[in-house]
Write a protein that binds this ligand. Structure first.
Ligand SMILES: [Zn+2]
Ligand SMILES: [Zn+2]
Length: 326
């Protein structure tokens, strides 16, 4: 089968890969559509030393597996954990409900497991979620990143409830920043988005968000700041924006690490919070209710054979989502 392949800092198309076969507890899913995100670009640049087929944002159709799943249109929880294979005993994280932090986890398209920039991929049945009928592929393909945005909401639920957050800021108006801002905005009415490219600021503005260039963001003014930039300069801007005793949520992974004045975090008593994968069902429900719109975030749709070009376009400043269609 054809697939995009990441190896030594580059992505290329291969046509010599075997189609994945069925394994116990798993399903073979034909990919209908997949989206490129910042993590894929970081993997290409060498993050985690990944070699293999990337792609963790996808919608597909089950071709092989349990009869009640065959033919179903699906998205998936990307962390393959102890609970993905219930016959296995649980690690300490899974046993305590921290399944996305499973000590033995593989992550679809990110860690020790091939992903969705391919004709087919293998997914544990326990990780599958049915896509509601009226959700088009172009919307369902956003489930994984919307779930990641919903994770922020989970993490700050107490703060929102206690109205300790009156000024909130999302730094980064790219594909993830837009989703995080759209998910948070209904709960945080004063939310602002800061970005660098005019294209992405215009996109945020058109979506009804308060958008401003990152250069004019007020310093030490925000109760809650979410860094979605994936860039050291973006992180620095997010750090400057948060007030003493404020919360700084980190959504981006950084291939080259990050310089951080840790003393300033201590002195200002900043609460630092890492944030990764979120609730898939919440994301599907949100997309189905059209609580957030994603149509305007699709920049391009390219065949899998043009994966290298698709990665190039996804890396352009202000780019939002580039979709790959096998
Ligand atoms: Zn992603
Ligand atoms: Zn586990």
């Amino acid at each position: 089968m054809i697939a995009a392949w990441i190896d030594r800092g580059a992505v290329r198309v291969r046509d010599d890969l075997p189609r994945p076969g069925l394994e116990p507890g798993e399903a073979v899913v034909r990919v209908l559509m997949a989206g490129i995100c910042g993590t894929d670009l970081e993997l290409m640049r060498g993050y985690r030393g990944f070699t293999g087929i990337p792609g963790h944002e996808f919608v597909g159709r089950v071709e092989e597996g349990p009869p009640d799943w065959v033919g179903a249109r699906v998205v998936a929880e990307i962390n393959v954990t102890c609970s993905s294979h219930p016959a296995e005993s649980n690690c300490v994280n899974c046993a305590n409900g921290r399944t996305t932090h499973c000590s033995h986890r593989e992550v679809i398209g990110i860690r020790q497991r091939n992903g969705a920039f391919a004709g087919w991929l293998r997914v544990p049945v326990a990780n599958l979620h049915r896509v509601p009928e009226r959700l088009p592929d172009e919307v369902a393909v956003f489930t994984e990143p919307v779930a990641a945005a919903c994770r922020v909401l989970e993490q700050i639920e107490d703060e929102i409830g206690s109205s300790r957050v009156s000024r909130a800021l999302v730094v980064g108006a790219g594909r993830l920043g837009q989703l995080v801002a759209r998910v948070l905005a209904p709960r945080l009415p004063g939310l602002e988005v800061a970005g660098r490219s005019e294209r992405s600021l215009a996109r945020a503005h058109d979506a009804g968000l308060t958008a401003r260039p990152v250069a004019v963001v007020e310093e030490a003014a925000y109760d809650l700041v979410v860094d979605c930039t994936g860039a050291p300069t973006g992180f620095a801007a997010a750090r400057r924006a948060v007030r003493p005793r404020g919360t700084l949520i980190l959504k981006s992974t950084h291939n080259n690490g990050l310089a951080l004045d840790i003393s300033s975090i201590v002195v200002d008593e900043i609460r630092l919070l890492g944030s990764r994968c979120g609730p898939v069902e919440d994301a599907l429900a949100m997309l189905e209710r059209r609580d957030i719109e994603v149509d305007d975030l699709i920049d391009d749709r390219l065949p899998l054979t043009a994966a290298a070009e698709a990665f190039r376009r996804a890396a352009e400043p202000g780019a939002a989502k580039v979709l790959l269609v096998p």
